[in-house]
Write a protein that binds this ligand. Structure first.
Ligand SMILES: C[S@@+](CC[C@H](N)C(=O)[O-])C[C@H]1O[C@@H](n2cnc3c(N)ncnc32)[C@H](O)[C@@H]1O
Length: 415
């Protein structure tokens, strides 16, 4: 049976989630850094390596580094990887970075060339007045010699492009402002970019100072790998990981969080994608033709209930869990004997049927020879449940089905 460990200690209602490089960039369903920190301290006391198979912007990786661990992350969203790479990069010399930021603030107001890449439906998403300033910033960034500093600027530029666009603030999907709102919407990309750079610089300095205090300098490796497909041994050897700390997507990206859509405008401005829709590649992106039998009786029962009156919806749900199973199979191989996996998941409701993802994760790992340890319940403080955190894809809708998260902990037996 699932051992529920109900405790408020996981809520972190008043904690700042924007310390260190966590300040760099927003992202849907980011992990609360304090949750990752607590998991590493509880279950990774003797750990040297941490892996996050859905690393997103790298929240757990930053926390792993701060605890002195070598960290590995995989994600198929190139924007997420760019942010994660920058957030885990502590090699920048603060003085050099600060000089570059000062240079930028002067140079950008001088005459200069522009680089405006191909953006789909550019007139829908950008007013003509912001295209030139954004193009100038992009051109400036391309000329920055130091690749680490360039990436730091690219991350600030990603948020600048999004905030300079016509997409509504506070929504992760792309929703255009209403025409009356657009009449008074005049974002200033130079001002936005400068303030992001200043804000992120402070976070970097704080991060850099903490890492410098560590005895050993830990390493971060971020790979462009699909955790559902086999993970090549040369990238991540079997039995090499001491602790996995991760938060998988809640469901397929078409009906839950559309990471590809969230990232689209920035990714096009940074030329990270070439017209492809990455939402099709994310977990559950490919629809199954028939229902499989999962090694989880609660999941089979829940999917069957949906199937009885909405067969297509049940197949979508099943596609997501089928990918989750394959990815857990892969992750299981990478964890060393005695190592832990910590999965932060939400149990969402589809067509009024509760999908017990926390039990599913436990069942899937047990099928792969793991021992169940505990499920910590984290109540999501109200202030963190605004509409932008909604796991649904419906504009302005808040979630009523996910008022808490479950943190499932499983262990690979010693023998
Ligand atoms: C809940 S988010 C992770 C957020 C992350 N913990 C953070 O704090 O930024 C889930 C991530 O899974 C990624 N993802 C979805 N399907 C994937 C797959 N098959 N392989 C690797 N990453 C995937 C998405 O791109 C997204 O970044």
């Amino acid at each position: 049976m699932e051992q529920l460990v109900k405790t408020d200690d996981w809520t972190f209602a008043d904690a700042s989630t924007r310390e260190y490089t966590h300040i760099y960039h927003d992202y849907p369903a980011r992990m609360i850094p304090q949750v990752a920190r607590k998991l590493i301290r509880l279950y990774g006391q003797s750990a040297k390596t941490l892996y996050d198979p859905y690393c997103g912007t790298g929240s757990s990786l930053v926390e792993g580094l701060l605890e002195g661990l070598d960290v590995f992350g995989t994600d198929i969203n190139p924007l997420a990887r760019l942010i994660a790479e920058s957030k885990t990069d502590y090699s920048l010399i603060p003085n050099d970075l600060s000089n570059e930021i000062d240079n930028f603030k002067v140079a950008i107001y001088n005459k200069g060339l522009v680089n405006i890449p191909e953006i789909r439906n550019v007139d829908t998403w950008f007013k003509s007045g912001v295209l030139e300033p954004l193009g100038k910033i992009r051109y400036y960034i391309d000329k920055i010699q130091d690749p680490h500093i360039r990436r730091f600027f690219q991350v600030a530029f990603s948020e600048t492009a999004r905030e300079s666009s016509n997409t509504r603030k506070g929504e992760f999907k792309l929703f255009r402002y209403a025409p009356y709102k657009l009449k008074t919407h005049f974002p200033d990309p130079y001002r936005i970019m400068s303030s992001k750079l200043d804000r992120n610089f402070k976070g970097y300095v704080q991060f850099n100072e903490m890492i410098k205090k560590l005895e050993k300098h830990p390493k971060a490796t971020i790979l462009s790998l699909n955790s559902v497909s086999d993970i090549p041994c040369r990238e991540l050897p079997e039995d090499s990981i001491d602790i996995v700390v991760t938060s998988p997507p809640y469901g397929d990206s078409h009906t839950t969080v559309a990471y590809g859509q969230y990232s689209r405008l920035s990714s096009e401005w940074l030329s990270l994608i070439n017209g492809e829709n990455i939402d099709n590649k994310l977990m559950g992106g490919k629809r199954l033709k028939e229902l499989p039998e999962f090694p989880s009786k609660f999941l089979n029962a829940a999917i069957q209930l949906i199937y009885d009156f909405k067969p297509q919806r049940a197949l979508e749900v099943a596609s997501f869990y089928s990918d989750l199973y394959s990815s857990i199979e892969n992750v299981s191989k990478l964890i060393r004997k005695g190592g832990y996996a910590c999965y932060v998941v939400g149990n969402r409701t589809v067509s009024s049927v509760l999908l017990p993802t926390s039990i599913v994760v436990k069942d899937f790992f047990e099928t792969n020879g793991f021992e169940y340890v505990a499920t910590h319940i984290r109540e999501i403080p109200n202030k963190r449940m605004p509409k932008r955190n909604s796991p649904t894809n419906i504009a302005g809708e808040t979630s009523s089905t996910m008022l808490n998260e479950h943190i499932v902990v499983i262990k690979k037996p010693q023998k």
